[in-house]
Design a protein around this ligand. Sequence first.
Ligand code: 173
Length: 318
Amino acid sequence: MRGGMGVALATTSLWLASAMAAAAEEVTFKAISAFAEKTFYSRGFERFIDKVNADGKGQVQISYVGGPKAMPPFEVGNALKGGVVDLANVTGAFYTNVMPEADAWKLAEKPMAELRKNGGYAYMAALYDQKMQAILLARHIDNNPFHLYLTKPISGPDLTGLKLRITPVYRDFFQALGATVVQTAPGEVYTALERGVVDGYGWPITGIFDLGWHEKTKYRVDPGFYSAEVSILVNKNSWGRLNERQREIISAAAAWIEAQAADVGKENEADIAKQKAAGIEVITLGEEFRTKAYEAGWAGVIRQSPEHGPKLKALFSK
Ligand code: 173
């Protein structure tokens, strides 16, 4: 009896001690998205967060501070690099100030699974390590072409006289076709269209309904070009604070969400139908529109990064 009680007490205190150790070990990461909460480009990140928070109880948790209301999108890269946030959901075009090469993801014509094998991912990982103090955990958006959307029609691949909203994604291409460009965060596109400050904008095939742009959009230009990239990055020092088990929880959620990039094609089709139903007309240009996009895109990456651009082109192109 007494012995049994002693064992029970010892067991209880052991349990208490390990519970306390686990509680003390639990790490909470702060996460930000460069895209508005609950919109298309944040959703994969939000699913990743939910999974980590479910699988990581007592180990690692993610506190999501939200989207551009919490931080301007073009500042997310610097915040991640400096450890102001531990995790970020962001596209390369938003942090070319820190790492110009990041915008080259859009030009990859191979899936991430292949780039993780052929050295393409490893080449970029070294640049993330040096320039961003970061690790790219998962690319959850791929297979998602960009398009030019307009309020006025065009009759060919000549954008002379048009003022277009851009990010670094589209700059070299639209300028090569003669456009005047103005960079804005996604949050400013609606007002720019409403006020007639721009005649159109670059954006991927999905998501124009999220912020109401369909109301102001009359035409979509086909074909699409490149493949939009949105990825989850982690600060290197933050990653260094995790133990093996905590890293495994995050890595498993990252692999799970990266595998879902293959499903983006279904979302593309859904938005194409939705755009049609909204009365957005399609202006179809020849395949040389797309060819020109890649030429201008790679020329831009190589100009920004003469050292790494050509190597990335060799690793990323078909
Ligand atoms: O147009 C943009 O803001 C942009 O660069 C982008 C990149 C990836 C996904 C969505 C938008």
